[in-house]
Design a protein around this ligand. Structure first.
Ligand code: ZN
Length: 275
């Protein structure tokens, strides 16, 4: 079976120190945590950054640069920069897509709008067009985030219109309280709708993390872990680091008999252009 790609989602934009003391906030903390994940076997890191004054998410390219540059110097990680900004706070499109200027190999592409807590995470047709256009111009591959079936249908339509290039790469977000549940039946239904030559990975939120990860392992898909998606390592026990999650998936995958993809192997699997 194809080697396993592990993505680590280091911090997201919403988890505060009050929620867990282990969340990386400053650029130096994010770099250190990503570095540990790379050493543990992750080949991709999904990066958000925080405003150092408030600890909240920001799309400030200068703060992204403080994370991107050291990681490029110290590691051969594939960087996947977020374009979601602060989901639910709905920043202007230009701010959201600004990190693409740093030319990561991947950038997130949330393929539709969805409720989120008491608010709405808006990914309007206009936003999707602009984001796809900018990624195409810069040669940054969209990581298409799927919370529900309509988002797959939207991305297939954009593919048909020539706005997204094949092979598509999907990241299934399973188990948010507002989207597709983290169950095998729900996942299989979504999976049926993606083109055969696509690559894909799963995020299982909360208690969906291990069941969804094990499905990906068995089905030949890939796995995303990290504090953006899960703050608990096991029931009632906070995860102490992102690398702790990576190490567990590496152990399980080795026992299962599936090797872990290095960053260069991941580039081949995802048809990425090396920077
Ligand atoms: Zn994210």
């Amino acid at each position: 079976m194809e080697k396993l790609i592990i993505t680590a989602a280091i911090t997201g934009s919403r988890i505060t120190r009050e929620i867990t003391p282990h969340i990386p906030i400053t650029p130096a903390e994010i770099v250190q945590s990503a570095y540990e994940c790379w050493q543990a076997g992750a080949s991709i890191v999904h990066i958000h950054v925080r405003d150092p004054r408030t600890g909240q998410g920001t799309q400030d390219v200068e703060v992204f640069r403080q994370v991107v540059e050291p990681l490029r110097e110290k590691t051969d990680l594939i960087l996947c920069l977020t374009t979601s900004g602060i989901p639910g706070r709905n920043l202007p499109t230009d701010d959201r897509i600004a990190p693409v200027d740093l030319l990561p190999e991947l950038a997130s592409f949330d393929a539709g709008s969805i409720n989120l807590g008491g608010t709405v995470f808006i990914n309007s047709p206009e936003f999707l067009e602009r984001a796809a256009e900018k990624m195409k111009e810069t040669g940054v591959k969209p990581e298409i985030e799927i919370f529900d079936l309509g988002m797959i249908i939207t991305s297939l339509r954009m593919r048909d219109q020539g706005k997204l290039d094949e092979p598509l790469h999907f990241q299934f977000v399973m188990g948010t309280p507002w989207g597709a549940p983290a169950t095998p039946k729900s996942f299989l239904h979504l999976h049926e709708h993606i083109p055969e030559d696509s690559t894909w990975s799963i995020i299982g939120i909360g208690k969906g993390h291990l069941p969804m990860s094990l499905m990906a392992l068995a089905m030949g898909g890939h796995i995303r872990v990290g504090l953006e998606d899960n703050i608990y390592y096991s029931k009632g026990a906070l995860a102490e680091s992102n690398a702790q999650f990576v190490k567990r998936i590496v152990r399980i995958s080795r026992e299962y008999g599936r090797d872990i993809a290095s960053p260069d192997e991941t580039r081949q699997i995802l048809s990425l252009k090396k920077r």
